[in-house]
Design a protein around this ligand. Structure first.
Ligand code: NAD
Ligand code: ZN
Ligand code: ZN
Length: 370
């Protein structure tokens, strides 16, 4: 039987997100119905709105950083039961693509896809769910293998952050571009993702962690999360400043630079601030027309002579069934700070306000608590 609920929905391109009544179908085979407890608001939700759905059909249920309680399991689901606390993974390996078939699920080409099960109540229209999740909703249906069980003592209003921002940032330093102990790391952009990169670099025992942002409040927070140095990119050229901080008689530079802004120029900066043989990692979500220009031949910073590498991070190259419980454990042991990342707790009705705060205010994560 369909369950009644509410969701924050984009009904048409260019319109704000509004709360609508929904009907959610029962889960099909290998699916689970989840009653959401909390959902973080990630910059990607705002980007989906700003890019008019980014290819998804309207109406769209926003949200992909969710945690909740399993309410009903579909046929064939044996590893979960009603009442289980879970975090929703938007990139659970598909088990069919070439990467999964060769035993490399962290590089899965796609993700497990459930049927769309959320309808707008007033006309029955079937809704798209952002990144197959749709967590700005009282209820959602996801693939059972995308629902990752949490320890009972894990607070779900913190656990939700693991689903995207935290696994993306921490995973970038552990999986996408493993940071070695004693290395120098720069992080451009200190929002929810960038601060998680900083936490990951600290867990990996980086020697120097240089935070770059244009907002001094974000830079203060970056120090609390483990940055050893901060650079305000509004006041100085971050490439010059990072090279100055890391000067070692060999032109300085960091072994690893992570871009977490979604601004193409920042990926160029990340490449330019590398030491010889270093690796830049781009994390921000690009628009279709975004491009970067990388110099090859400059003797000091050119990609060829500096032997620079460029990686792309999708969701921290996560293996959710392994990584999410690990991050929960690190939180419970006091090694991963999730409490400090929840700047505001908000209601489902406040999504547009959260978007506004994200663009203009001093917020790491707004978390919708149901
Ligand atoms: N690849 C992935 O899997 C993945 C996952 C999650 C988010 N994302 C993307 O990562 C990016 C960051 O997400 P978020 O939720 O942390 O966003 P956010 O809005 O919380 O943080 C962005 C930060 O960048 C800073 N910034 C803006 N302009 C800057 C500049 N010129 N130089 C330095 N810093 C600057 C802002 O002040 C802010 O602190 C977004 O593009 C988001 O869509 C990608
Ligand atoms: Zn796959
Ligand atoms: Zn996200």
């Amino acid at each position: 039987m369909a369950v009644e609920g509410k969701a924050s929905i984009l009904n048409n391109p260019g319109e704000p997100a509004v709360v609508e009544e929904i009907l959610v179908d029962s889960p099909g085979p290998n699916e689970v119905l989840i009653k959401l407890s909390a959902s973080g608001v990630c910059h990607t939700d705002l980007t989906v709105k700003n890019l008019n759905g980014n290819g998804m059909s309207f109406p769209i249920v926003l949200g992909h950083e969710g945690a909740g309680i399993v309410q009903e399991v579909g046929e064939g689901v044996t590893h979960l039961a009603p009442g289980d606390p879970v975090v929703i993974a938007y990139r659970a390996p598909c088990e069919q693509c070439p990467a999964c078939r060769r035993g490399d699920p962290r590089h899965c080409y796609m993700a497990l896809r459930p049927q769309q099960r959320i309808h707008r109540k007033r006309d029955g229209a079937l809704c798209s769910q952002v990144l197959r999740c749709g967590t700005f909703s009282t209820h959602t249906v996801v693939h059972a293998k995308a629902a990752i069980k949490m320890p009972k003592e894990m607070p779900l209003d913190k656990a939700c952050l693991i689903a995207c921002g935290v696994i993306t940032g921490v995973g970038a330093t552990m999986n996408t571009t493993p940071v070695f102990a004693g290395s120098r790391v720069a992080v451009i952009g200190c929002g929810g993702v960038g601060l998680s990169v900083i936490q990951g670099a600290k867990l990996q025992h980086a020697r120097q962690i240089i935070a770059v942002d244009v907002n001094p409040v974000k830079l203060d927070w970056a120090k609390k999360f483990g940055a050893t140095h901060v650079v305000n990119a509004k006041e100085v050229d971050p490439v010059v400043e990072v090279r100055r901080i890391t000067e070692d008689g060999w032109d300085g530079g960091v072994e690893y630079a992570f871009e977490a802004t979604g601004i193409p120029m920042c990926t160029e900066q990340a490449v330019k601030m590398l030491s010889y043989g270093g690796t830049a990692t781009t994390i921000g979500f690009p628009a279709a027309h975004d491009s970067v220009t990388l110099n090859l031949g400059d003797m000091a910073t050119g990609v060829y002579w500096n032997k620079a590498g460029l990686n792309v991070c999708h969701c921290g190259d996560a293996l959710p069934s392994h990584d999410f419980p690990l991050l929960a454990q690190l939180y419970l042991e006091g090694q991963l700070d999730l409490d400090g990342m929840v700047t505001r707790k908000i209601a489902l009705e406040d999504v547009e306000d959260a978007f506004h705060e994200m663009e203009t205010g001093d917020v790491i994560r707004s978390v919708i608590v149901f």
